[in-house]
Design a protein around this ligand. Structure first.
Ligand SMILES: [Zn+2]
Length: 269
């Protein structure tokens, strides 16, 4: 009791404690101890890496969550909130509906964690069937910059989408829909073939493919005699408005296949 009283006393004065808390005192002082609503408590474990745990009835029926220590960093604030939400559901009775909510929250939590790690320039954790994180920064091109320029020049900055280097080995660029793990909102995601992230790739070529995928965001797929037409007449017309259209197509047909073959042989591009 005496020790405890003293700790609170020093805490109130804002004085540093004699005894370090945990293995990293600087980090320990900044660690967030509970969720934004103050109901779910967080504890951190330096030995944990890719798991989280929760304990029921920690505070007036609310759970306590045990997180890997690196998740104490401020970048993980949103992920911690999802973990708190997860714990509140995980300690409840396992109805079918609740099980689904728990599963969804776990998936969203790890998606956010992987994205934070990648944004910090670190490797994502092993993703068990989860969607790969969004990585706009390549070796030679930052796709965010290319998208911004294309959006500004051809779409009056009106385009709402995100962009990443593709994780597919086939070498195709494509457009898809994704759900934001934090807000649940759907957004357009453009994925660009890594064959474009190469020393031999001119900026006009990568900008060309980004422009092409941007058109997929704004031009809906047509239905013709029961068939899906992705590159219809309107699409091809707009595509040709790209200032370096001919140069890009030439590069796309001649150099990209070579780069993709090199990628398959794990050669540096
Ligand atoms: Zn296309």
């Amino acid at each position: 009791m005496a020790d405890n009283g003293q700790m609170n006393f020093f805490d109130q004065l804002g004085l540093p404690l004699e005894e370090p808390i945990g293995p990293d005192p600087a980090l320990a002082r900044k660690m967030s101890k509970c969720s934004a609503n103050g109901l779910v408590h967080f504890k951190y474990n330096p030995r944990m890496k890719r798991s989280i745990r929760c304990k029921a009835n920690f505070l007036f029926g609310h759970p306590e969550v045990l997180l890997p220590e690196y998740m104490a960093a401020p970048e993980f604030a949103a992920a911690r909130e999802l973990a708190a939400e997860w714990a509140e559901h995980a300690v409840k009775r396992k109805t079918k509906k609740n099980k689904e909510i728990v599963k969804d929250l776990v998936a969203r939590f790890w998606t956010v964690v992987d994205q934070v790690l990648v944004d910090k320039g670190r490797a994502p954790l092993e993703s068990g069937g989860r969607l790969p994180p969004i990585r706009p920064k390549g070796k030679y091109f930052n796709l965010d910059d290319v998208l911004e320029a294309i959006n500004h020049t051809y779409f009056e900055d009106s385009l709402q989408c995100r962009i990443t280097w593709s994780n597919r080995v086939g070498g195709l660029s494509y457009h898809s829909m994704r759900k934001d793990p934090l807000t649940g909102e759907e957004f357009h995601l453009i994925s660009i073939s890594k064959g474009y992230d190469a020393a031999n790739c001119p900026l006009y070529a990568v900008a060309g493919v980004v422009y092409h995928e941007c058109l997929h965001v704004v031009i809906p797929v047509e239905e013709k005699n029961g068939r899906r037409v992705v590159h219809g007449r309107v699409f091809r017309q707009r595509e040709r408005q790209y200032i370096y259209y001919d140069e890009w197509i030439k590069w796309h047909k001649e150099v990209l296949p070579r780069n993709i073959r090199a990628m398959h042989r794990h050669k540096e591009l």
